[in-house]
Design a protein around this ligand. Sequence first.
Ligand code: GUN
Length: 283
Amino acid sequence: MQIIDGKSLAQEIQESVAQEVKNLKDNYDIVPGLAVILVGDDPASQAYVKMKAKACEKVGFYSITHNMPDTISQEEIIGTIEMINKNPRIDGILVQLPLPKHIDTNAILEVIDPAKDVDGFHPYNVGRLVTNLDGFVPCTPLGVMKMFEKYNIDLEGKDVCVVGASNIVGKPMAALLLNANATVTVTHIYTKDLASHTKKADIVIVGVGVPHLIKADMVKDGAVLIDIGINRIEDGSLVGDADFEALKQKCSYITPVPGGVGPMTIAMLLSNTLKAAKARISK
Ligand code: GUN
């Protein structure tokens, strides 16, 4: 069994982004800029946004966070995004999700300039991903693909089960895997017999937010297990969607929580923002 060390891979990527930021500044006087919109006071979202801002600072990006109360109207959020779309210092726009219930998330995401859509959630970029064209790819699934690459985990012809069909994780993950010639099964809350699907898979990728949903008897010997979940349980500790302790002996590769996919999401946000900033060179 090998543990996939997301933390050290993310560190490696951050260092290379920092080097490229230096080159951009020295050669073109470009400083990549990221704007984050945070609505409301959800502690988890606040923590994520703080981590993202800190990572930006570390690699030399310019970053601003727009904190908005959860009473804000949809029109006001849209107005802010339209303003940021026009700001030449900002290359990437990220609206932290989830948004309060009175806000139409899709309507918000559609206002983001697709060229600044570093989360890859705009329908334009979703379409480009599905058709295997270059564009912005959502950070978490992109981070998982980087892990496969780093650990030489071949995807061609593999049976992959993606547990969870969210727009943020499951659906873009499935599209990336299809583009890499894997045979993909996507399960969700209406799936009748989850274990029957996970048991057949060479690779299981889970991101649903249910602590220890995937148990040892639900995967085959030697499977690869990628755990995207991060859940705080009663004792205050963080656990994934898979029972890591029980699964680690059985799997050929497994990601820990924390220290697995989480740091990769942030590294990919930096990488996507850098990519957006590089587009300024040819302007
Ligand atoms: N909420 C949970 N994951 C994400 C993410 O990757 N991006 C944004 N913007 N919000 C999230």
